[in-house]
Design a protein around this ligand. Structure first.
Ligand SMILES: NC(=O)c1ccc[n+]([C@@H]2O[C@H](COP(=O)([O-])OP(=O)(O)OC[C@H]3O[C@@H](n4cnc5c(N)ncnc54)[C@H](O)[C@@H]3O)[C@@H](O)[C@H]2O)c1
Length: 353
C-alpha cells in the first residue's frame, strides 16, 4: 500500500474521484458525511489479511460491503464479522466471481429442476500452474502474500482457490459439505503452505464429493469446473468455456446449452423461469466471461444495497451471489480441512455458524 500511488491514481482517474492515503482516512471522512453523501458500498480487494479490519470498520459505519474471498484469514475472524453484519443488518457480499456466470445460475436451476435426479457425486475443481516454482522468491507480489500463512491464512491453495471450488459446489447443488477428509500438500520445496489441496467430502444429502485445487499443475490457467452426477444424469461446466453447459442423460446424445440460447420450453427442459431467460446479457455468441460474471455480482448486490438505502426489504439470500454466511462457510471448510490434514486425513465436521 503506497499512499503516493493511491493519490496519483485518483488524480489521473478518467473522471473525478477523491483519493485517500489509507482506508482509515476514508472511513474517518465517511463518518462525518450525511448519509446520502456516503459511498453506496465498500469494495475490499486487498490481500486476505487486510479483509477483516476494513470490513469491520465499514460495518461499524453501517456501510454495505462486498469483500473478496476468502472472507478472512481464519474462522474466528469470520465469526466476528458475521456477528457484526447481523447486529448491524447491513448487506454483505463475498466476491465468489464464478457464481456471477449466467451458466452457474442455469446449472443451479437444472439441479433444482430434478432433471439429474438426486445428486450422488460432485467433482468440483480449480487447477492452476503458476506456483509450480518458487515464484515468491522473485518478489512477485501476488505470490509473496499468497504463500505467507500470516497473510493468506492457514491454507494457501485451499483458501485462495479451493474456496471457489467449494462455493461452486454449494451454489449449483444447493448442498453443503458437512464432513471432510483432507490432504494439504506442499509440492514446492521450502514453501510453508499448501500448493495442492485435495478434499474428499460428504454432502448434506449423503452424497459424496471431491473439492480439489492445485497451483502446481503446469499449463493450467484458471481451470475451474464442476461435474455433478445424479441418479438420472450428469452436468458438466468449465469456467474457461463459460457459455456452454453440458447435460448428459443415459442413452441420449450429450446436450450443450449456451447462454442466451435457451427458450422457455424447448420440449426437454420443462419451464425455464422467465427471470433466467430474461436476465440481461449480450447476445449469445458474443462471449461473456470473467468480467461479465463480476459485473453481474455487482449488479445483483447493488439491487440489495439500493433497497437497503431506501428502507425497502432486501434479501442478500445467497441465490444470486455469495453472502457473509457463505463466506463464513468457506472458512469453516478450511478450518475443518486443516484439522483433518493434521490428523492424517481423519474425518472432520464442518461447523455451522
Ligand atoms: N474473486 C476472484 O476471482 C479473485 C481473483 C483474484 C484475487 N482475489 C482476491 O482479491 C484479493 C486481492 O488479491 P490480488 O491478487 O488482487 O492481490 P494484489 O497483491 O494484486 O493486490 C492487492 C492490493 O492491495 C493493496 N494493499 C495491500 N495492503 C493494503 C493495505 N493495508 N491498505 C490498502 N491497500 C493495501 C496492494 O497495494 C495492492 O494494490 C485477495 O483476497 C484475493 O484472494 C479474488
Amino acid at each position: 500500500p503506497d499512499p503516493e500511488i493511491a493519490m496519483n491514481e485518483a488524480d489521473n482517474w478518467p473522471y473525478p474521484v477523491k483519493g485517500y492515503t489509507s482506508y482509515d482516512e476514508l472511513f474517518a471522512d465517511q463518518a462525518n458525511l450525511p448519509e446520502e453523501e456516503r459511498v453506496d458500498y465498500v469494495l475490499i480487494v486487498t490481500p486476505n489479511f487486510v479483509h477483516f479490519d476494513p470490513a469491520m470498520k465499514a460495518l461499524e459505519l453501517d456501510l454495505p460491503v462486498m469483500c473478496e474471498k476468502p472472507l478472512t484469514v481464519d474462522l474466528e475472524q469470520a465469526d466476528q464479522l458475521v456477528a457484526k453484519a447481523k447486529e448491524k443488518n447491513v448487506p454483505f457480499a463475498v466476491a465468489h466471481t464464478y457464481l456471477g456466470h449466467w451458466s452457474s445460475w442455469f446449472s443451479r436451476f437444472i439441479v433444482q429442476s430434478g432433471l439429474l435426479g438426486e445428486v450422488r457425486w460432485v467433482d468440483s475443481y480449480y487447477l492452476q500452474g503458476w506456483l509450480a516454482d518458487k515464484l515468491e522468491d522473485t518478489g512477485q507480489m501476488q505470490a509473496e502474500w499468497r504463500t505467507d500463512p500470516k497473510k493468506a491464512g492457514g491454507s494457501g491453495c485451499g483458501g485462495d482457490i479451493g474456496t471457489h471450488a467449494l462455493m461452486q459446489l454449494r451454489f449449483v447443488t444447493g448442498l453443503d459439505v458437512e464432513r471432510v477428509s483432507a490432504r494439504l500438500e506442499k509440492f514446492v520445496p521450502g514453501r510453508p503452505i499448501d500448493d495442492h489441496f485435495t478434499i474428499y467430502g460428504e454432502m448434506s444429502n449423503g452424497g459424496k464429493c471431491l473439492v480439489r485445487a492445485s497451483q502446481i499443475c503446469i499449463g493450467h490457467k484458471n481451470d475451474l469446473g464442476i461435474m455433478i452426477a445424479g441418479t438420472k444424469g450428469a452436468l458438466k461446466w468449465r469456467q474457461e468455456d463459460p457459455e456452454r453447459i453440458t447435460i448428459l442423460l443415459d442413452g441420449q446424445p450429450d446436450r450443450d446449452y449456451w447462454r442466451g440460447a435457451v427458450s422457455a420450453n424447448d420440449g426437454f427442459l420443462g419451464d425455464v423461469p422467465e427471470w433466467l431467460i430474461d436476465e440481461p446479457t449480450i447476445p449469445c455468441g458474443h462471449g461473456e466471461a470473467f468480467h461479465d460474471a463480476y459485473a453481474r455480482l455487482h449488479r445483483e448486490f447493488e439491487k440489495d444495497v439500493r433497497a437497503y438505502q431506501s428502507g425497502d426489504e432486501w434479501s442478500c439470500d445467497g441465490s444470486k451471489y455469495a453472502n457473509i454466511d457463505d463466506g463464513r462457510m468457506g472458512l469453516a471448510f478450511i478450518d475443518a480441512c486443516l484439522k483433518s490434514d493434521e490428523a492424517d486425513g481423519a474425518w472432520e465436521a464442518v461447523t455451522k455458524g
